[in-house]
Design a protein around this ligand. Structure first.
Ligand code: NAX
Ligand code: ADP
Length: 450
């Protein structure tokens, strides 16, 4: 058994309803699923326990508790000390959280909440069975005020989206997966993104082979955002990158640090990939009709998203663009403005929110944040298990927008959804470092990514 992340391949994710159907069909020819689940839990518990103390196994009323009880029998048979109860033993070597799994359907009762608190306080590492108790499998939200914060989670039978998005990553710890020998027999709810690819660079290629990007943004005082996007597009391999900084005098250089970047305007670059909105302020609203009408491929970020949210005509202009030619990259607040709701409504079901926004505006949506979601009309939504709090710093979103532009310049025939998936996963994996990653350093890491 191996930790799941980073994944070496794209994997299907299934919500509760789909997992239940898959389980019901599998049980017809594989009646020993719970025995398999218990064995997987026991094996991992043996590898994870710390010290000579007993393994504390907390079992709930349903099949999640059943998995825990099977694991307990196997561990006992193996000569390992165990303790099944709602209260902890002295110095447990590990806690197995088999309180609530897929069947969670309301906030944990007061008794269960007390048990969750005791698990958290006992000092031993926690291995959650299938899901951390209290975490909703579809959304990655806690059903009530408390949910287990596990050190390890062993997902069983199917991978659930809530393990990877919303608050999921804060509760699951290290993720493990055992499919119990069952191959899912229905389409997934979403896809977990696999390793990102980079565009080929033929030995005989020249800068004209790698496309053009036009970054439009950077109002006075916020030019850094547009420059970060432009530098990211350049580092990604775009052949030529131009910057149209709002209100910058015509004789100023595009970027004193990156002389490779050029000044450019929409009227001269009607075929470039547009990356618009980074640091643009309100002024971008004026340019949006022309940009939406002219550029064949557009990545829309930050203030350009706010401009669209505030103007029904711009929303219509987005909808009228050719299919698969537009990527929006909102963070949750920008998504809330676009959907005319609040951030909590976005975060309570990120997959649904991204899918709805993609449907409404007929374009690809990257809903950023922990467990970024890529949704497009007619596509199975994709979810990224990559990234982490090192990216929670100003400018990392600008880098993503620029990177997407750079990828698209080099792959003009690729649909928006494919570009967004490649870029989001590369950005997240490059951002997996301890501590904080400044946006400029993120560009360097992306540039040297395999
Ligand atoms: N049936 C099988 O053979 C398999 C079962 N599996 C396990 O079974 C789990 C699903 O089992 P269940 O459907 O029984 O679901 P659970 O074991 O998650 O919980 C269901 C029970 O908990 C109660 N409950 C739900 N929310 C509650 C709350 N907030 N406070 C108090 N009680 C609450 C429900 O009323 C029900 O009695 C999976 O997560 C997985 O661990 C898997 O191992 C796959 C194989
Ligand atoms: N905790 C986190 N886990 C994973 N990714 C994160 C986390 N925090 C931030 N990110 C990523 O960093 C980027 C931040 O973008 P954004 O909020 O637009 O920042 P900015 O506008 O400052 O550039 C997004 O790609 C987001 O998904």
């Amino acid at each position: 058994m191996h930790p799941l992340l980073p994944t070496q391949q794209s994997l299907p994710l299934f919500n509760v309803a789909a997992s239940r159907r898959i389980e019901a069909r599998a049980l017809l020819h594989t009646p020993d699923l719970m025995a398999r689940a218990g064995l997987a839990v026991a094996k991992l518990a043996l590898a994870l326990r710390r010290g000579p103390g007993p393994i504390w196994i907390v079992c709930g009323p349903g099949n999640n508790g059943g998995d825990g009880r099977v694991a307990e029998q196997l561990l006992t048979r193996h000569g390992v000390g165990t303790h099944i109860a709602a209260t902890p033993p002295e110095q447990p070597a590990l806690v197995i959280d088999a309180l609530l799994g897929l069947g969670l359907n309301r906030a944990p009762s007061a008794d269960m909440a007390a048990t969750i608190t005791a698990m958290q306080a006992c000092g031993a590492p926690i291995l959650a069975v299938d899901l951390p108790s209290g975490l909703l499998a579809d959304t990655g939200q806690a059903a009530g005020n408390c949910a287990v914060r596990a050190d390890h989670t062993l997902a069983l039978l199917t991978l659930k989206p809530g393990l990877l998005t919303g608050e999921g990553r804060a509760h699951t710890g290290q993720l493990w997966f055992d499919d119990l020998g069952v191959t899912p027999d229905e389409p997934p709810t979403a896809l977990l993104l696999g390793p990102p690819t980079r565009p080929d660079r033929r030995p005989t290629s020249h800068k004209g082979s790698h496309g053009e990007v036009l970054v439009v943004g950077g109002a006075p005082g916020m030019q850094g955002a547009a420059r970060l996007a432009a530098r990211a597009a350049l580092a990604c391999g775009a052949g030529r990158v131009y910057v149209d900084l709002l209100d910058l005098a015509a004789d100023e250089v595009a970027d004193p640090v990156r002389p490779e970047l050029m000044r450019g305007r929409l009227s001269r670059l009607p075929q470039a990939v547009g990356v618009v909105g980074c640091g643009a302020g309100h002024g971008i609203a004026h340019d949006m009709p022309g940009l939406l009408h002219t550029l064949p491929r557009l990545v829309i970020d930050a203030d350009a998203l706010n401009a669209i949210a505030a103007d029904a005509d711009l929303q219509d202009a987005v909808r009228r663009r050719p299919p698969a030619s537009t990527v929006l990259t909102p963070h949750p607040l920008e998504a809330a403005r676009l959907l005319a709701c609040d951030v909590a409504s976005i975060q309570c079901d990120r997959l649904a929110a991204a899918t709805e926004l993609a449907r409404q505006l007929r374009c690809t949506v990257v809903l950023k944040g922990s467990g970024s979601v890529v949704a497009s009309p007619g596509e199975c939504p994709a979810l990224s298990g990559s990234g982490g709090p090192a990216l929670a710093t100003a400018g990392s979103g600008d880098v993503l927008a620029g990177w997407l532009g750079g990828l698209w310049a080099q792959q003009p025939d690729a649909p928006a959804h494919a570009i967004a998936c490649q870029g989001v996963e590369a950005h997240g994996r490059a951002g997996e470092v301890p501590g904080v990653l400044c946006a400029g350093d993120l560009i360097d890491r992306l540039a040297h990514w395999p």
